[in-house]
Design a protein around this ligand. Sequence first.
Ligand SMILES: [Zn+2]
Length: 363
Amino acid sequence: MKTCNNCLLDEKYPQISFNDNDICSLCYSDKKFKPIGEDQLLNIFQSARNKNAQYDALVPLSGGKDSTYILHLAVNVYKLNILAMTYDNGLFSQLALDNIDRAIKITGVKHIFCKPDFEIQKMVYQNMLKYTGDICGACDIATKANVLKVAKDYSTPIILYGTSPLENDSFVPDSIQDISRFKHIMSLSNNLTKKQINDFLIFPKLNLFLQSLYKKTGKFSKEVRPLFFIENPSDKEMGEIIKKELGWQDEPDKEYSKHLDCIAEPLTNYLRNNIYGYERRKCQYSNMIRSNEITREKAINLFNADKVDEKPSNYTEVLKHLELTEKDIEEALSYKPLLYEKNTSKINRLYIYVIKKIRNANK
Ligand SMILES: [Zn+2]
């Protein structure tokens, strides 16, 4: 098996290729991150202010590093009038909840905690895990829907996401948000009614085309990822800034914590590693090598310490929390990737195809 000489990715990563020096396609085609420009970000903020809405922007807050940093930027640096919100995905760590609490108290911003029907949420996770080995897709869909709903309810002109360049390419294809695929998976076990599924989805007919159309026409708020506009501090510096400014706390004994907000994250990495041969951390450490934040040796050490090939230390606790059995996990581990590719929305597939064509034509 070929492994890249520069990053940690190997042949199992989808559509990867290697050159004669065994450098992977993600590394050799890597263009150094170039921020879009702060002036453009300032323009977006100014037009948001000009709308004179109750709040200039909505910040979805998970208590993790990136979203807390965005709250700091929005309130302390850009002086925006912020509404913060959190969708309770039922998997929050105490550390994340405490981080949210402190950040809200210190900034004094209004914060909304969206609580779903937890019984239905649990059944959704169970179905997702039993039939696909993934739960992140369901959490992503529900989080996004709740964010859009709050933004709509409060007419906030923009939504500020904490997505950072370091997260690029760390998804797995199965967890791309797709409502048709989601509905198909839910239909496999008849434990939820159509209405329950639609209520969980909030916007049950939303596809990528409609999302894009609604954003263009102003029916949905504009989504902005500020970390793509400006030069960012390193991952470590970012942590230091929010520790000082918003009382943020990191996982103890971890040099680079990732996704400390979710108690199921280590389980999802374990499953993804088994099913796909790669998972979120391998991709993130590879991004950190490419952005010169850490050396390859350092990345290997960090990755080995994460032990994604072993059951995580909170394995039993998480299974109990989700009311899943060892047998469910064994079943999930037997699945092949892209099991429900045929059940994804035709409109989404067409939309992605067209967007890719346009992007390639512009290169
Ligand atoms: Zn590489």
